[in-house]
Write a protein that binds this ligand. Structure first.
Ligand SMILES: Nc1ncnc2c1ncn2[C@@H]1O[C@H](COP(=O)(O)OP(=O)(O)OP(=O)(O)O)[C@@H](O)[C@H]1O
Length: 239
């Protein structure tokens, strides 16, 4: 059974149909990339998965359970992790303290377990050496790593990443990709919206193209990128 399933999900804001009949399944441990032009409805799709917005039509399932009307916190507890559901990092708190707040907020660990749990995530996301640093003093790459760490703090089985590679140099991006690959290799499913295509396609097994809220194509990344229609849409927006 897929861990996540969308069935004919649509969302309109007034007359604007932002998500138009999207259906797909995500199996446990799978990594799916999402690409599409600005305004294609990518972030809206994440909000529909996390429960931050309700669909106008269609259904969302987690582990076969209909969560279409379930609030965000219930979905977090069911294993959907996304960094921005947790309050933004407090710049004057340390990296470790920020993660502790996220872990306690997500309810994934008891007070006694939390320190070890958080240090383990900081190690896996490459932040152990800066655990005591105020998060406001981090480099961009480290802030991205903290975003990843916060997404992991709720013990997710699927992590939603929204343009996490944006703004990084090629070298920094490669370092972040190594960490994301390691998290994926541990069995965590990933859905990743990203304009930095080479980073995305080095991680995901499947790629979805959204255009005007509709799923234009989903499949193996090389097949999707070989499509003439996709190449045309993507012309000029590839990072
Ligand atoms: N709450 C809202 N109310 C009205 N319109 C909205 C709302 N949220 C999003 N939209 C509109 O829906 C469309 C899709 O937005 P969305 O942010 O999902 O696109 P996106 O593919 O993530 O774009 P980007 O790559 O720029 O982040 C846009 O036209 C946006 O203006």
């Amino acid at each position: 059974m897929p861990i996540l399933s969308l069935q004919d999900v649509s969302k309109s804001f007034g007359a604007l149909k932002v998500t138009d009949g999207v259906s797909f399944d995500l199996e446990a441990g799978q990594a799916l990339g999402i690409i599409g032009p600005n305004g294609a409805g990518k972030s809206t799709l994440f909000n529909l998965i996390t429960g931050n917005i309700a669909p106008s039509a269609g259904r969302v399932f987690l582990d076969g359970r209909d969560v279409t009307r379930a609030p965000p916190m219930e979905r977090v507890r069911a294993g959907v992790g996304r960094s921005f559901q947790i309050p933004q990092p407090f710049g004057n708190l340390s990296v470790y303290e920020n993660l502790l707040v996220a872990a306690r907020f997500g309810g994934a660990v008891s007070g006694a377990e939390a320190p070890g749990f958080c240090m383990d995530i900081l190690t896996r996301t490459g932040l152990a050496a800066v655990a005591e640093k105020p998060s406001g003093a981090l480099s961009l790459l480290q802030r991205k790593r903290l975003e990843l760490a916060r997404a992991m703090a709720t013990r997710p089985r699927v992590i939603l990443l929204d343009e996490i590679a944006g703004g990084l140099t090629d070298a920094e991006c490669s370092q972040l990709v190594i960490t994301i690959k390691a998290i994926h290799a541990e069995g965590t499913a990933i859905i990743w919206i990203e304009h930095v295509l080479h980073a995305l396609t080095s991680v995901v097994e499947r790629l979805m193209v959204l255009n005007f809220g509709r799923m234009l194509m989903i499949g193996a990344p090389d097949e999707v990128m070989a499509s003439a229609e996709v190449r045309e849409i993507y012309l000029g927006i590839e990072a």
